[in-house]
Design a protein around this ligand. Structure first.
Ligand code: GAR
Length: 209
């Protein structure tokens, strides 16, 4: 049975698009059953709608303690219930720019993966490409990269599923480096999902035999 993917995004969703395209072409034996975003204007939601995938805006603002809401843990708990309702085999964080609480991470343990535009241990958090570029421009770095990893409570860390290096030169600019990183991550994310979906298929057929 084709794997059910739920994808969480906050921005443009080019990685979501790579997944949607891989599902449509048959490269992935999977389908995206829902896309969630904390940002209403995330173009990733529009990409989902165009692919006839439920596009769900899950704003943090009603939970913000500044507005009398119940806070981050309550937001994550509510999001977890909505994600679980989609019966995902795999939850993919593809540019979802909120840090998920340990309770969320624990609930989806083993089926929650994240894409990060840096190598393991390097530049966790936001603006990883910009920080790698600054290090390269200072002469301190000659390669950066991309990784896909299982999610643990620590940000942009956890057992690595796939990684790829991208050379970076002091002469690079954001306009020259970012597209190279993005091209690699589009490919790597699909490869990592294929690996997980494929091993899940093997487990399922073993269980059935
Ligand atoms: C990607 O570069 C992804 O690696 C990064 O957000 C971007 C989303 O792009 N994620 C992180 O930095 C996680 N810490 P997209 O919306 O075009 O897929």
């Amino acid at each position: 049975m084709s794997a059910r993917l739920v994808v969480l995004v906050s921005g443009g969703g080019t990685n979501l698009q790579a997944i949607l395209d891989a599902c449509a072409s048959g490269r992935l034996d999977a389908s995206v059953v829902a896309v969630f975003s904390d940002r209403a204007g995330a173009f990733g939601l529009e990409r989902a709608r165009r692919a006839d995938v439920p596009a769900i805006h899950a704003p943090y603002s009603p939970f913000s303690t500044k507005r009398g809401g119940a806070g981050r843990a309550a937001y994550d708990a509510a999001l977890a219930v909505r994600v679980e309702a989609m019966r995902p085999d795999l939850v993919v964080l593809a540019g979802f720019m909120r840090i998920l609480s340990p309770a969320f991470v624990g609930r989806f343990s083993g089926r929650l993966i994240n894409l990060h535009p840096a190598l393991p241990g390097a530049f966790p958090g936001t603006r990883a490409i910009e920080r790698a570029l600054a290090a390269a421009q200072a002469g301190d770095l000659h390669e950066t990269g991309v990784m896909v990893h299982h999610v643990i409570p620590e940000v942009d860390a956890g057992p690595v599923i796939a990684q790829a290096t991208v050379p970076v030169a002091a002469s690079d600019t954001l306009d020259s480096l970012a597209p190279r990183i993005h091209a690699v991550e589009h490919e790597l994310l699909v490869t990592a999902i294929a690996q997980l979906v494929h091993s899940r298929g093997r487990t399922t057929s073993k269980e059935l035999s």
